[in-house]
Design a protein around this ligand. Structure first.
Ligand SMILES: Nc1ncnc2c1ncn2[C@@H]1O[C@H](COP(=O)(O)OP(=O)(O)O)[C@@H](O)[C@H]1O
Ligand SMILES: [Mg+2]
Length: 216
């Protein structure tokens, strides 16, 4: 469902991604490891359509991202991709429930159906009792549960996670990994996860290593 073919990317004239190729099958979980600055986030940004590649091709469910207009790209991003970050990136003025509902509001789904789906998922990820809380009132683990729910609420085919346990203590991180594994399995969602942790890599089917913009 995801194919990356010979992608290169520069910032100024500095090469950041060099001839990167990879593929992910439906429901496959892949860990991306590599030292700080080697290009992991840049690769996720290119796959997520936040950044454009200089050469090479990225196809998501058969659609070549380079051929899409910026509107087309945001549509693919909103429908097919969920993202999870190290520092959660929840909207601070919205409650947990409203943060999770957000991706559905962009789909035009009726309010009653949205709420039903949001509430079922909040139960599933163990934060139903925190539905009215603002992000600042939540613990790190709770924030990441909200972020996971927000990433899967619209049933995307791919989740891009950038060090999702990087800001959590190891016990909480392990719970979040279990949850991520279970939820992606239940939903048949593929996962590409940047991580520094061996434990996170063990939650995946496959590990990719990157060094200086090259996939080893
Ligand atoms: N917007 C940008 N403009 C210029 N250089 C950037 C930009 N984003 C990242 N870089 C540089 O690209 C390299 C790879 O960054 P990044 O993909 O964030 O690495 P990683 O996620 O593996 O730590 C780094 O040297 C970083 O400084
Ligand atoms: Mg990074």
């Amino acid at each position: 469902m995801l194919e990356v073919h010979h992608v290169t990317k520069h910032y100024a004239s500095r090469p950041i991604l060099r001839d990167v190729s990879l593929a992910l099958a439906k429901g496959e979980r892949v860990a991306l490891l590599g030292p700080s600055g080697c290009g992991k986030t840049t690769l996720l940004n290119c796959i997520g359509g936040i950044d454009r590649v200089d050469s090479g091709r990225i196809e998501l469910a058969g659609a070549d991202l380079a051929t899409l207009t910026s509107d087309g790209l945001s549509l693919v991003r909103r429908r097919q991709i969920g993202t999870i970050f190290q520092f959660f990136h929840l909207l601070p003025t919205l409650t947990a429930e409203e943060n999770i509902e957000m991706p559905l509001q962009l789909t035009g789904m009726a309010k009653a159906e949205r709420l039903e789906r949001v509430r079922a998922l909040m139960q599933r990820v163990g934060i139903a009792h925190r539905s009215g809380a603002l992000p600042a009132q939540l613990s790190g683990g709770e924030m990441q549960r909200v972020a996971i729910a927000r990433a899967v609420i619209h049933r995307p085919m791919l989740i891009l996670a950038d060090e999702p346990t990087g800001n959590l203590d190891s016990a909480t991180g392990a719970q979040i990994l279990d949850l991520l594994r279970e939820v992606t399995e239940e939903e048949g969602t593929a996962l590409l996860m940047v991580t520094h942790s061996d434990e996170a890599a063990r939650a995946c089917h496959r590990v990719l290593r990157m060094l200086d913009g090259v996939l080893l």
